[in-house]
Design a protein around this ligand. Structure first.
Ligand code: AMP
Ligand code: FE
Ligand code: FE
Ligand code: ZN
Length: 280
């Protein structure tokens, strides 16, 4: 009964509709999935409706952009936490900062790709969609500057490129507390990924666990075998759940839905936090 606990739709930087993400999960034989778009729950209503239709279990979620010591760390928040909560206000701020930052990135890129137009980039992020570098990547592909999203990220959109601009995001520790206060379950997304790994040492993770962190995403494409072993051990030592997921982005990334999944017993524990009183 595997669950894929981390997927994206066109509500952020995925390329498939929320309903089609759910259909893809059903077609892959998954019992359930979490839709976890960056900084928004805008796709969740559609996903829930289709989940009922096709008979898979949808766990509401969001992948929250946070900051720790100047680095970007992604935090998965599970549960109905994106509306009517303090988190909702914070997410609005992040999305608005992301939009301003997109304009700045485009302006810088125009120095080397003059055919790149702001209007084309903005047309890719209608109201309600969380803007991100992948939308700029798609516009760069459209004008022929690069061949794919992947290629765009190698130089033009890389964090250490001269065209990169950051955005405002809440502190990781505060966000863990906010998710817990909203009745959700917080899990650090791909803690071994490039941006996060340097700042997420064992001590930092222990501090997060004390603040109410529930788990670490261990099985993820960005983690090699030694990284998974280290994270699994750390999760065990700190009493955290170890999850696994695909981080599916449709055609926007190689990640295939269900390529990594979470054990049924772990999913059940997570769901007992998100859905108290509902027997698994
Ligand atoms: P941003 O949040 O705007 O800084 O952009 C980061 C997002 O870009 C991440 O959420 C990834 O999903 C996506 N991303 C990073 N690297 C790549 C890549 N090589 N190909 C496609 N998407 C990527
Ligand atoms: Fe993404
Ligand atoms: Fe992420
Ligand atoms: Zn993700």
């Amino acid at each position: 009964m595997p669950y894929d606990l981390h997927t994206h739709s066109i509500a952020s930087d995925g390329t498939t509709s929320p309903g089609d993400v759910v259909r893809a999960a059903a077609a892959a034989g998954l019992t359930g999935l979490a839709l976890t778009d960056h900084d928004t729950g805008a796709g969740l209503a559609e996903a829930a409706a289709v989940a009922r239709e096709v008979g898979v279990d949808l766990v509401p979620g969001v992948e929250i952009s946070t900051a720790l010591r100047g680095r970007s760390v992604h935090l998965l928040g599970y549960g109905d936490i994106t509306t009517g909560t303090d988190l909702e206000t914070v997410l609005r701020g992040t999305v608005s900062s992301r939009l301003g930052r997109l304009r700045l990135i485009v302006r810088r890129l125009q120095a080397v790709v003059p055919s790149l137009e702001l209007a084309d980039v903005l047309a890719r992020v209608p109201q309600g969609v969380t803007p991100g570098r992948p939308h700029v990547a798609d516009a760069l592909v459209a004008v022929g500057a690069v061949g794919s999203r992947d290629e765009a990220f190698v130089e033009l959109l890389a964090e250490d490129s001269p065209y990169y601009v950051g955005y405002r995001a809440p502190q990781l520790l505060d966000t863990v507390r906010m998710v817990a206060a909203a009745g959700g379950a917080a899990v650090v997304a791909h803690p071994g990924s490039r941006s996060a790994v340097d700042v997420l040492d064992d001590g930092a993770v222990a501090g997060l666990a004390q603040a109410g962190l529930v788990g670490l995403e261990v099985d993820h494409r960005d983690h090699d075998a030694p990284t998974r072993d280290r994270l699994r051990g750390l999760a065990r030592d700190l009493g955290l759940l170890a999850t696994g997921s695909s981080d599916f982005h449709g055609a926007g990334k190689r990640n295939e839905i269900g390529e990594n999944t979470t054990d049924p017993e772990v999913t059940e524990e997570l769901l007992s936090i998100v859905r108290p009183g509902v027997p698994g």
